[in-house]
Write a protein that binds this ligand. Structure first.
Ligand code: KG4
Ligand code: ZN
Length: 321
């Protein structure tokens, strides 16, 4: 079964055709570079650019006729999501094909599962918007067992970069700077959340970094110590999560999992095999939407009448057990 996947939740306009959830037949990604001058994504500009890019991107991806259409329905920027959802609904009507909505966050995790699926598994979402630990029974069934109570881990990297007058997104900048610094220079720690040991809190760590920077101008040492604290906190909570069920694998998703420092640190640190999204699927893309869309269609069938964009809802509630 061939699924056309459409992604437009943020600043990438992308379309792909994926067969049976795992064979990418075509894949087109147009990244909107115009936002760099604003130091972040400018929502209205993103919507307008999606409008310009949507049809050329879909046309280029349409090398074969799809059986089903899948679209990212959230979370993300409302105006941007509406562009993809409107295009998908129009195509479903014109072609009289089934349509399914796909949660963008779940799709990021699915990118790591496209080739190998072993369950039960621990899903780890670490992005600019989310920090989540999921107990997963299948690609569409899971339970959230850990989440952040304040900033996401990616946001903490972005804010620390900003404190250092670095760029947005801050993760790659901090990672590069940290290579020159001593990770043990400062004893930073991630937050402990009372009565919820698998939850995350990064606001205390962030404030600690801010105060340290006022006294200490060595950016590399601060970056290295911050990065170490953030990753060790993640590892500690993942180990706690792995004690609660018999996980057979660990899957990562989200922009922070691009960090080579994280990969070096985490691969081999667990009893379970660890899977990351392949390089071409680590950013926002239509192939992960089409891939997961295949499974959503198998489980729920056509969702055309129910499909509505949701900018905030972090996870696709229908998937929650
Ligand atoms: O998943 P993503 O591309 O966007 C969404 O949030 O949907 O994640 C972006 C986040 C940003 O906060 C960025 O700073 C972080 O991923 N990031 C990193 C690295 N590369 C990207 N964080 C730490 N180290 C990196 N190398
Ligand atoms: Zn994303």
């Amino acid at each position: 079964m061939k699924v056309l996947g459409i992604e437009s939740t943020c600043d990438e306009t992308s379309a792909a055709i994926v067969e049976d959830g795992n064979q990418i037949l075509s894949h087109v990604i147009a990244s909107q570079t115009e936002h760099a001058q604003f130091g972040g994504v400018f929502p209205e500009l993103a919507s307008r650019l999606h409008l310009d890019l949507m049809l050329p991107v879909i046309e280029e991806a349409l090398i074969v006729e799809p059986d089903v259409i899948a679209v990212a329905e959230g979370p993300g920027l409302m105006g941007a999501i509406l562009m993809g959802v409107s295009a998908a609904k129009a195509l479903a009507l014109a072609w009289d094909k089934p349509l399914v909505g796909v949660n963008h966050i779940e799709a990021h995790l699915y990118a790591a599962m496209m080739k190998t699926q072993v369950f039960p598994a621990l899903g780890v979402v670490i992005s600019g918007g989310h920090t989540l630990l999921l107990k997963m029974e299948s690609v569409t069934e899971y339970e959230v067992i850990g989440r952040t109570v304040d900033d996401s881990i990616g946001e903490a990297f972005d804010k620390v970069s900003k404190m250092m007058k670095g760029p947005y997104p801050g993760g790659p900048f901090i990672e590069k700077l940290a290579k020159e610094g001593n990770p043990n220079a400062f004893g930073f720690k991630g937050g402990h959340v009372k009565r919820a040991p698998l939850n995350f809190s990064f606001s205390g760590l962030k404030t600690n970094v801010l105060y340290t920077l006022r006294e200490n101008p060595n950016l590399a040492d601060v970056a290295a110590s911050f990065q170490r604290a953030a990753f060790f906190d993640l590892m500690k909570k993942m180990k706690g999560a792995l004690e609660t069920f018999d996980a057979q694998a660990i899957y990562f998703g989200g922009g922070v999992s691009n960090s080579l420092t994280l990969k070096d640190l985490f691969i081999g640190s667990f009893d379970q095999p660890v899977f990351f999204p392949p390089k071409d699927l680590s950013l926002d893309n239509g192939a992960m939407i089409a891939g997961l869309g295949y499974h959503i269609y198998q489980r729920y069938g056509d969702q055309r009448k129910l499909l509505e964009p949701y900018p905030r809802n972090p996870l696709y509630s229908a998937s929650l057990k």
